[in-house]
Design a protein around this ligand. Structure first.
Ligand code: TYD
Length: 238
């Protein structure tokens, strides 16, 4: 397998083609952005830690019947993935009120939700990922009703699996963002699974162990990401 040209560079990752048209390489950078890239910075070794976290979580999900784009880790910062056509819908699953939901509901952060909540945003940096619903997705042709039914069902399954996974390592999964793509006609989980795209709170202290430490200037960012890696490595992918 040979690395070929750069296909796309995003805020946290770079995608490269390979000599196999069905496979791409995903490279994890240390760059961090927040508030629609208004705030920019670097989290030292974030790329290495997010590559490792994503590897273990994708393997865990595959072991529990969730199809993902993950093929294998190549090195510290790169993983080999199935090439997908990304569906431009960000799916957010929530278990505890935080972030934008706290503002929208006028609720305190930290209030548990009686049931998991699924939300959809249009994946567009230029528009700031606006909140949308199934009618917009259908009317704009971003995904069919059937595809969205599969995506929501997979999202709730992934959320339930990961709530339990993180509970085992004394972490509360507050919320997370998922992206899906189509590979050979099948909907599969894509993107990354890490503290950039999830809210993870220590279950004993409620201390934040995710990108909110960067967003809100809480300090100990690298240390928190490293602690998530340490706990995930101890839990493994079974
Ligand atoms: P949300 O509370 O909607 O937004 P914000 O982070 O602005 O308060 O975020 C819910 C979860 O989804 C949170 O873990 C961050 C993640 N997320 C992303 O990774 N990328 C995004 O573009 C959005 C909107 C959320």
């Amino acid at each position: 397998m040979e690395k070929r040209e750069k296909l796309y560079e995003g805020k946290a990752k770079i995608l490269y083609a390979t000599d196999d048209p069905n496979l791409i390489i995903q490279y994890f950078k240390d760059d961090a952005t927040a508030f629609n890239a208004e705030k920019k910075g670097t989290i030292i070794n974030k790329g290495i830690m997010n590559n490792r976290t994503s590897e273990i979580i994708f393997n865990f999900l595959e072991n529990h019947g969730v199809p993902t784009h993950f093929v294998k880790k190549l090195n510290d910062r790169e993983m080999l993935c199935k090439k997908v056509q990304i569906i431009p819908v960000e799916v957010i699953t929530r278990n505890i009120v935080a972030g934008s939901l706290a503002k929208r509901l006028g609720s305190e952060e930290g209030v548990p939700l009686a049931k998991p909540v699924v939300e959809h945003c249009y994946k567009s940096d230029a528009l700031g990922d606006p909140f949308i619903n199934i009618y917009h997705i259908d009317a704009m042709g971003w995904a069919t009703r059937e595809q969205m039914a599969t995506i929501d069902e997979l999202s709730l399954k992934i959320n339930a699996l990961l709530v339990n996974y993180y509970r085992d390592i004394n972490i509360k999964l507050v919320d997370m963002k998922l992206e899906f793509g189509v590979h050979k006609g099948q909907i599969i989980l894509a993107d990354e699974m890490c503290p950039d795209t999830s809210r993870l709170w220590d279950a004993t202290t409620n201390e934040k162990m995710d990108k909110d430490r960067f967003r809100r200037d809480l300090g100990k960012i690298e240390e928190s990401y490293a602690e998530v890696v340490r706990r995930i490595e101890s839990r493994g992918n079974k």
